[in-house]
Design a binder for this molecule. Structure first.
Ligand code: ADP
Length: 603
């Protein structure tokens, strides 16, 4: 009777495992499927063993041995199936190669069929050992042999992959192999010890708790999916950033050459065409910048760079820019600036400017008549100044049901009405994310057909004793620097031509180099340049690497070196300054920016 204890215990356990496993949502994978078969076989196995033990116990003397022999053979066949499944499971977890696994699966199926047939033909002997039933004979030894062979195969697979010994799935597999070995040894030593089915159940239990727990597997699967999504997102950002570089290089050439052509004495018709080219290219640049910004924000790569800034200067710049953008539109552009506002604040001025530019540009785009009002209010509490910026217009307005969609990326509303207005649907998505990044709030109220009002509130630090002096005034008159020498380093010939062209009016002597190495050579041979403009994204040696080498090779290298790059993502300036550059110019080079840099370093 004591023979029954282990199988009864095994039966309770396997029933619990089967219910838990099959009642839960599972990951659809090969190994989980194999595990499902394994626990079903274990359940069947323990049930058969219990049945035969009961038959043996109650009717041993009355029932023909044939029935017991059949039950025992089925039981033995179960071991072969279970072991082959465990081998496939271990193999699949370790190698995971689909094609090889499928070949293995077919061969093992054929082998198992042969083993099962052989098992049925071989003789089996039912033994009664001091009142306990046991089995012996060729059929039993054959099963032990086959199970041992599978165990050896499992051990070989594990040894071949010993390097993964400390990985999550590997340790349980080693424990499983050990337990299987111990069970087989115990069975060989004592044929009446009916322990194998229960040990197999315990192995199932260990597997359930370590590698086959449906919840754990789900989490694992989710983690893999998350990693894949992150990778894909990273690849997308990299692709966008590279693409922007590729697009900006030719755009740089188009805008720069068109601008310099416009200064020539051309007839009005050609000038108008050139203006269209410049406008179209500028739109394209804005689009590329928008895509870059949104992808950077999504990859959490945008940093808020706080510094002291002049609020008055920022507002003046925004007003000037909006007036320029108004162009021919018959709109009344009003400003309402708080006269008591502090002159200086501490915050990320370029981001606040970007937010205002987006709102003001939208107002101009979506308003055909009436007014646009740009209002700046400040509320001071303690050392914090709440900046409240409102942009109101009497434009086309936004439908109530569309207000919620306003800040979603690539969303353009009221397409029938806006079809002729250019836009990507990115501006407000970027604006909202920037406001959020700075801990601010943005709201929109609008009446369809009448106009819209966007209000942004952002807290900035007050600056009592400003260190900032007013930005260097740019002389609007002709800037010329005869006798000064500039070296431009860029791997792209078209870019070098553009640089020569845009620098032409300043009467500067310009030298060029097509790589970092050529630049270093020219500077070492002839170090009397007054300024170096250096592209960053160059093959072999980037601008950052070139500057580092220059500083290592030339003692007190102090020629002002400006990073010149098409990778014009906000925040780049800080990156280049921290890498030793004196300033930063984004391509296409804007005339005002170029003047600022020339004035700063060549004067
Ligand atoms: P874009 O202007 O490039 O389409 P935005 O993200 O800046 O993208 O704006 C999203 C949509 O919100 C616009 O397509 C437009 O339909 C609507 N919108 C934004 N600002 C205004 C405004 N001031 N007046 C009316 N509609 C606006």
């Amino acid at each position: 009777m004591s023979n029954l204890y282990f199988p009864i215990c095994g039966l309770f356990t396997i029933i619990l495992i089967v219910i838990l496993f099959f009642s839960r949502k599972r990951v659809e994978s090969k190994e989980t499927k194999l595990y499902g078969y394994m626990i079903l076989i274990s359940f069947f196995n323990v049930s058969i063993v219990l049945t035969e033990l009961l038959i043996g116990y109650f009717y041993y003397n009355n029932v023909t041995n044939v029935l017991l022999e059949i039950f025992n053979k089925i039981d033995l066949i179960n071991y072969i199936l279970w072991m082959s499944l465990l081998f496939l499971y271990v193999y699949h977890i370790t190698y995971g190669n689909k094609d090889v696994y499928n070949k293995f699966k077919k061969s093992i199926l054929v082998l198992d069929i042969i083993f099962i047939l052989a098992e049925f033909i071989m003789p089996i002997e039912i033994i009664n050992y001091e009142g306990s039933m046991g089995v012996a004979g060729m059929a039993t030894e054959f099963v032990l042999l086959i199970s041992s062979l599978y165990l050896i195969l499992i051990i070989i697979v594990l040894i071949l992959n010993y390097k993964r010994i400390f990985t999550k799935k590997y340790l349980p597999l080693i424990v499983l192999a050990l337990l299987t070995g111990i069970a087989a040894a115990m069975r060989t030593l004592n044929p009446t010890l009916i322990i194998i089915p229960t040990i197999l159940v315990f192995i199932d239990l260990i597997m359930y708790n370590t590698i086959e727990n449906p919840d754990l597997k789900m989490i694992e699967e989710l983690n893999i999916a998350r990693e894949q999504a992150e990778k894909a997102n990273k690849a997308k950002t990299e692709f966008l950033s590279n693409m922007s570089h590729e697009i900006r290089t030719p755009l740089n050439a188009i805008v720069s050459f068109s601008n310099s052509l416009m200064k020539e004495n051309l007839n009005e018709k050609y000038k108008e065409d050139l203006r269209c080219i410049v406008d179209a290219s500028s739109n394209l640049i804005e689009l590329v910048n928008g895509i870059l910004d949104i992808s950077k924000i999504e990859a959490n790569k945008i940093e808020i760079v706080n510094k002291e800034y002049s609020l008055t200067d920022m507002i003046n710049e925004l007003v000037a820019l909006s007036k320029a953008r108004l162009g021919e539109k018959p709109l009344d552009f009003r400003t309402k600036i708080d006269p008591s506002m502090p002159k200086y604040l501490y915050g990320d001025v370029s981001r606040i400017k970007q937010i205002c530019v987006n709102l003001l540009t939208n107002s101009i785009k979506y308003t055909n008549e009436g007014f646009i009002e740009f209002k700046v209010d400040t509320v001071k509490y303690g050392d914090i100044v709440r900046l409240i910026i409102t942009v109101e217009d009497s434009g086309i307005g936004i439908k109530k049901e569309d207000i919620d969609k306003l800040f979603q990326k690539f969303t353009r509303l009221d397409i029938e009405k806006n079809i002729s207005i250019e836009g990507s649907g990115l501006g407000l998505a970027i604006t909202k994310k920037l406001v959020d990044l700075m801990g601010g709030k943005i709201i929109c109220s609008s009446e369809y057909g009448k106009g819209s009002k966007f209000t942004v509130a952002i807290d900035q630090k007050a600056v009592d004793n400003p260190k900032t002096t007013k930005e260097e005034e740019l002389p609007s008159l002709k800037l010329e620097f005869p006798g000064k020498r500039i070296l431009v380093i860029d791997d792209n010939t078209l870019n070098l031509k553009v640089a020569l062209r845009v620098l032409e009016p300043y009467k500067i002597e310009v030298d060029t180099a097509k790589s970092g190495d050529e630049g270093i050579e020219k500077i070492i041979m002839n170090n009397n340049y007054d300024l170096v403009l250096m592209d960053d994204m160059m093959p072999n040696k980037t601008g950052i690497e070139t500057l580092k080498e220059l500083k290592e090779n030339i003692e007190d290298y102090n020629t002002p070196t400006i990073a010149l790059t098409a990778n014009a993502i906000n925040g780049m300036r800080e990156k280049y300054l921290s890498n030793g550059f004196n300033d930063y110019l984004s391509k296409p080079i804007e005339e005002a920016e170029l003047k600022r840099v020339l004035n700063r370093f060549l004067k």
